[in-house]
Structure formats: structure tokens, C-alpha cells
Design a binder for this molecule. Sequence first.
Ligand SMILES: Nc1nc2c(c(=O)[nH]1)N[C@H]1C(S)=C(S)[C@@H](COP(=O)(O)OP(=O)(O)OC[C@H]3O[C@@H](n4cnc5c(=O)[nH]c(N)nc54)[C@H](O)[C@@H]3O)O[C@H]1N2
Ligand SMILES: Nc1nc2c(c(=O)[nH]1)N[C@H]1C(S)=C(S)[C@@H](COP(=O)(O)OP(=O)(O)OC[C@H]3O[C@@H](n4cnc5c(=O)[nH]c(N)nc54)[C@H](O)[C@@H]3O)O[C@H]1N2
Ligand code: SF4
Ligand SMILES: [Mo]
Length: 765
Amino acid sequence: MTEPLPGAPRVAHRTCPLCEATCGLTVTVDGPSGAVRVRGDDQDPFSRGYLCPKGVALGELHTDPDRLRAPLVRRGTGWTEVGWDEAFDEAGRLLAPLLRDHGRDSVGIYLGNPVVHNHALSLYAPVLVHALGTGYRFSASTVDQMPKQVACGLMYGTELSVTVPDVDRTDYLLVLGANPLVSNGSLLTAPDLPGRLRALRRRGGRLVVVDPRRTRTAEAADEHLPIRPGTDALLLAGIARTLLAEDLADPGPAAPHLNGLDELRAALEPFTPEAVAAATRVPAATVRRLARELAAAPSAAVYGRIGTTTTAFGTAASWLVDVVNALTGNLDRPGGVLWPEPAAGSPNTAGEPGRGRGVRIPGSRRTRVRGLPSVFGEFPAAALAEEIDTPGPGGERLRGLVTVAGNPVLSTPGGARLAAALGSLDAVVSVDPYLNETTRHAHVVLPGPSPLARSHYDLVFTGFAVRNTAKYSPPTLDRAQGEPDESEILLRLACAALGGGVTPDELDDLTAAATARRICADPSSPAHGRDPLELLAAVGHRRRQDRLLDLMLRGGPYGDGFGAKPDGLTLDALEQAPHGLDLGPLRPRLPGVLRTPSGRVELAPPQLLAEARRLADHLAELTAAPGGGLLLVGRRQLRSNNSWMHNLPLLAGGSNRCTLQLHPADAARLGVADGRPVLLRSRTGELHATAEVTDSVAEGVVSLPHGWGHDDPGVRASVAARRPGVNSNLLTDASPLDPLSGTAVLNGIPVEVVATRPHTAGADA
Ligand SMILES: Nc1nc2c(c(=O)[nH]1)N[C@H]1C(S)=C(S)[C@@H](COP(=O)(O)OP(=O)(O)OC[C@H]3O[C@@H](n4cnc5c(=O)[nH]c(N)nc54)[C@H](O)[C@@H]3O)O[C@H]1N2
Ligand SMILES: Nc1nc2c(c(=O)[nH]1)N[C@H]1C(S)=C(S)[C@@H](COP(=O)(O)OP(=O)(O)OC[C@H]3O[C@@H](n4cnc5c(=O)[nH]c(N)nc54)[C@H](O)[C@@H]3O)O[C@H]1N2
Ligand code: SF4
Ligand SMILES: [Mo]
């Protein structure tokens, strides 16, 4: 922040924390009024001025009167605002006895999506988890990208070794189940994807979108293929099989690093273009053509997102995306898919390059009720409700829950059951700035500061970005007197859970010391072999997340190694570059990036071959009984952010409509008219919605966005309550999961739609 003249506006630069695009923002704070104005930062080397309406709304988020400024404690049926000391005392009074008397597994924790957008939370959530000592860890990952992490973990050796499509250099981009023109990209950090995809087509590249809806991205593409929901794995298997059958497969420079080509070939045998065509509604000739085009393009990248991961075959689809990239010679090549090399936080830049322990799938623990395996240390979010409301023979169950930046009542399957279960808990402690549909069941709510009043570094999304970049933003605005940062909140909560005996500063020192020891022991680090105390002394002027970050940056792949490489990266250097640093385009990283025991890319690990067999069985079932009923899919909206930000006037209203989209032919058949109420029923739930008749959804497909349903009177969101919408996760089912990843099936849900009021044709024309 430049020191302003008294009363003059202050200008600061920072990264938007709201989605994965990581846009650079220029924030102007008016001197006398303190009013905040947000624009795109033209000098950010990555986003070059781009931003979306949500970024602009950060100002309204800052001033939203419904955003909590002080902790709340439940007293009787109401809330009391309390001081921070009292709030942590209360949290300790509630949690410590449960942990002591019923064991560590009697308290669970749920980490929501914003944790990964906030380095204070992502660095200190593990400290809190460790202090709780619970095996009952849940997160939004198992309603999101976990299948991709499982597939890439098995293939490349770490759960964060996800390949990223090189959108800026590719000649051909095949997008499945993603709508980056609206979502701004996911597992694909690239500010201004609309502009980047326009540039792709301007340079003669081809964009093909596979989606049961004709999305904005599909509209902007060369070709749109309206697939039957839930069948992307079959389409990809058909493409991969064609590549092998027609001798089009040529892995290129990656070839010497691949294991399992023969096993893969055998596993793909059942997926002929004709067989998958009937199941996917993508014609056999198109399956063959896609394979040929991908093979023939100078470079090509296949990319799949939510529509591919949150399905019953999410891990198989995620695997086959990378299989097709490998078979067409696009794995690890510019214009294909590549691994980023972030400045901090990646397990594939640490340890012995090229080989490692790999990942353990399935995990070693099982949920109590359904016996579902853990995945990378966590349990499926879809199992949370049952672990609360289904006691074991000795009465064992979850009795307490900590939520951090999440809203599982709206985000995970079976929201009604979860809401009821939360109401039965002895202790719910939520770290969240809003009383939402989940935190309204809390006993203690601990709100972090406005995003503008905290420091920011993208520890997670630099690991999924199309360029290597690094940017640090200090707090733009001061926190209110006594208002703690979120690292402080998690540390104090950890101390409360430990029942005393350690202070937040001591716990933080232990955390920093562990980080320093890890760096010194890491053969890839420029600080390898040094004394951890020396590292700690070098960052001794910093505290909390910024101390950990400085350690990680200096000990990371671009780091100064605490003097070993004087030109290397430090947090000091980032502070001198408020618009951020460009560290260059992605580069090929094979074989050094691998952490598999074999030191090879595993194209056919046994767990994924088993998924291929399950997929072949599914194909046989679909062929025998195609099923003609309606299938529900989701959709995201530009001015919405999962279940929150609906309370900001800049974003509320307009095109953000929680409507049930259905095709005119289906509408006519069902006697449903545009704007009319419908009843929507699935195997597990029902709800009322308003119909929106549009041919942007394929026949046989209906679409409802998730994250709505703000009519719960316990929620404090006065703007959102005016247009509450409905919770689409009342319809999704907690039972069928993608087995390896424990990820919920949120797309392709069989539903029935009934017009709820008699309707005369033409009445609404
Ligand atoms: N049917 C269906 N369900 C879905 C999806 C779908 O496509 N269809 N998508 C899934 C996906 S991809 C995701 S990621 C999940 C999201 O699911 P969740 O992570 O459970 O929910 P969010 O809506 O992201 O809730 C974010 C909460 O974090 C709070 N918050 C925001 N910023 C901060 C912060 O800095 N600190 C703290 N402490 N709190 C903060 C907000 O107030 C809000 O209450 O939903 C999933 N659910
Ligand atoms: N504006 C906005 N941006 C966001 C978010 C938001 O809520 N609002 N959420 C953020 C989060 S947490 C995430 S994870 C990302 C998600 O980023 P994306 O995955 O790009 O977002 P979605 O819009 O959910 O796109 C999924 C698409 O899959 C389609 N689909 C559904 N079922 C199937 C299927 O079976 N097969 C195929 N091929 N397609 C299918 C849907 O029609 C939809 O268009 O977006 C992030 N960005
Ligand atoms: S695209 Fe994402 S990162 Fe960029 S301004 Fe919008 S919400 Fe923020
Ligand atoms: Mo997500």
C-alpha cells in the first residue's frame, strides 16, 4: 500500500480469493468515507485487468450488514454476541468433554471450499485437525474434484499431480462437463478464460464442448455434443479404444515413461464406438472422428470437470481424460497437458525427483456406518449425516462437529437429513462469517475478517495454473480492534480442543519448526541439509501464515534457499512486486515430476482397471435397458458462488435464477409451461421449483443450480432471503458414490417432474 496524503484515496493491489481464476484486483479505498472500489489490475501479469462481477462485489462483501463482525454464542433459542475470549472458552467447554469422554472420533470436522482460497485456513486447518485428533474429516473435495485427485494420484504418484490443459498454446481443446465461461475455470487456473478461449479459436484452434446443456462455453465453441448425463467415462473409453484400434496412438516423448499400455488395451476392448454411442447419445462416427482429430492435431488437450467428476464413474472419467492425452502424445507437452511447478506447496516438487511412495487407494480407515474407505485421509461428505444420526451398538456416533468455511446442508447430498442431524449434536463450532443453512445449527460461530483485511497467497491454485506465477497481497484494510485473523482463530480453537496446556504462539512455533525441519530434510529443496533453527531465525520477523509461507517459498523450487541462491524467491521479493511475478510458461516435467514407486506413469493401475471392468458392466446394463426418464444435472451461474454471495445486492437478482430448466419437448409432454411451478421428485427427496422452458438443455435432461434454498428462518441473509430458491441437494442421493474417491453423484440423477397447477395450453404464451 502506498502511503497516501491525508484524506486522499489509497490504492492497493491484491488477488481475488473468490474463485480459482486468481484475478489481480486494484482496490481503491476512499479516504474520508472508507468506501471501497474494486477494478481489475491491468498490471497483474497473469490476469491483465480481467475480472468478473464477483470480484467487484468484494466491496459489498466487506460492508454487508449481515456479515458477522463478532462471535456468536447460542443462548437458549437465540444468539448472543460475545467477546473473542468468551467465544473460545465456550468452544472449549463444548468440545473438550466430548473428546475426553467419548474419544477423538466423537467430533468431526468439515472443511468447505473457501479453505483452499485462503492460505491462513489451508495452513492452519491441519493444525486444528491434528489437535482434534479425529479420523472423521470431511471436506467439499468429495462433492467436487476428488476423482481427479485419485486418478492422478494413482497415475503420477501424488494427489496434487493434476495435469492442466495448456489452453494458451493448444490447437485443440476438448472440454467435458465444464463451463469455464461461467465458472472461470476449475483445476484450470487461468484468469480470463473467455479471452483465452477466444484467442484459441482466433489462432485457428478448435474448441469442442461435451455437455448436456448448450452452455455459454458450448455457444462459443466450434462444436457442441449434448451427451447423456453420467456417461463421459464411456465416451472417453470409446475414444481411447479407437486410438488403439486404429493405430493412432503415439505417446511421443512420454512413451519411455509409460507403464501398462498392454493392460490398458485389454481393458478398453468392450468400449467400441458403436457400443458407447447407444449409451452416450454421441454417434459412433463422432466418437471415431474425435479420436482422429485429437490424434491429428499438432497439439491437443482433453479437460474434464464437475460434469465428469461428480458422477458414478468420476474416477474412471478422470483417468480416461489423462489416458487420451497420453495416447495422443499430449501428456507433458506444450499445447497438451502439463504439470505446473508452483513456488510453494506442491508434493511433486519435494522429495526425491522421479520416484516416490505413490498413493494408497483405498485409504486405510473405514466409516463406521457404511464402511466406506477413507480417501487421502478423509471420509466422503455424503456420509456425514449418517455418522451423526445412526448410533452404533455402544452408542458411538459423531456428537460434535467443527465446520470451517462450508455449508454442507446446501452442498452435499441429502441436505434435509443433514440439517436434522446437525440439530441433534451436542457441540457445533463454525468458523464462518455468515449464519448460513449449516452454521445456523452451531453453538458457537467464529467469523473471520473480510477478505480485504487479510493477507493472501494462492498456495493451492498456483498448483493448477496455466502459467507459473507468484503473488502476495498484504491486508488492504485494517482489522477492527481485537478482531483476530483466521490463523489465530484456528490456533485458538486448536488450543481449546487440546484442553489447555499450550498457547497459540507455542502451537504456531511448533508448526513453523515442523515446516523448517521438513524443508531441511527435503532433497529437492535448496535448503536441504541446513539447520532448521537457521531457517527459523531467517523468518523470525514474521508470524503465522506469512512465516510459514516465507519458509515454503524460500525452501521451494524457486527459493533463495536462505542464502544458497541469492536471486531466488522470498516473501520479501514478493512484497516488492505487488502485481505479482510471472515465473514463466509450464514446461515438460517428466520424469522428475513422478512420485510413483515404479518411477513411471501408471496408465493401468489395478484399482483403475477394476473401474474399467465396472464401467464395462455398466455399459452392458445401459445397452440392455437404456432408460428414458429425465436426468437432473446442475449448472453454475456467473454471479453466484456455490451457496454464498447471494446476499450481495450487486450479484442478487437478474440472471441468477434458481429455475428448473427443461426442454420444450419435455415441457409439452408433461404439460409444464415456462414460469409455472413444478414438483420435482427423486428416489430420495422432492421439492418445488419454477420451470424455465429452454432448448439449451437436451431433451431428457433437466437442470437446477445448487447452493440455493435460503428460506430457512434461522439464516441471517436478508437479501438472499428475498429470492431464496431451492436446495437441489434435497434430490441428490447420499448412497451411490464413485467408489474409489467417495465422491457423491450430483449429476445425472433420475427425477420425475410434475406440473403442480392445472394448465391450459397457451395461457402463458
Ligand atoms: N448438487 C450439487 N452440489 C454441489 C455442487 C454441484 O455442482 N452440484 N458443487 C460442489 C462443489 S464443486 C463445491 S466446491 C461445494 C461447495 O460446498 P461448501 O464448501 O460446503 O460450500 P460453500 O457454498 O462454498 O460455502 C462456503 C462458506 O464459507 C464461508 N466463507 C467464505 N469465505 C470464507 C473465509 O474466508 N473464511 C471462512 N471461515 N469462511 C468463509 C461462506 O460464508 C460460506 O458459508 O458444493 C458442492 N455441491
Ligand atoms: N460463477 C461461479 N463460478 C464458480 C462457482 C460458482 O458457483 N459460480 N463455483 C466454483 C467451483 S467450487 C467449482 S468446483 C467450479 C466448477 O467449474 P465447472 O465444472 O466449469 O462448472 P459447472 O458450471 O458446474 O460446469 C459443469 C458442467 O457440466 C455439465 N454436466 C452435468 N452433468 C454432465 C455430464 O454427465 N457430462 C457432461 N459432459 N457434462 C455434464 C453441466 O451442464 C455444466 O455445464 O466453478 C467455480 N467457479
Ligand atoms: S473470475 Fe474469479 S478470481 Fe476473477 S474476479 Fe471473478 S471471482 Fe474473482
Ligand atoms: Mo468446487
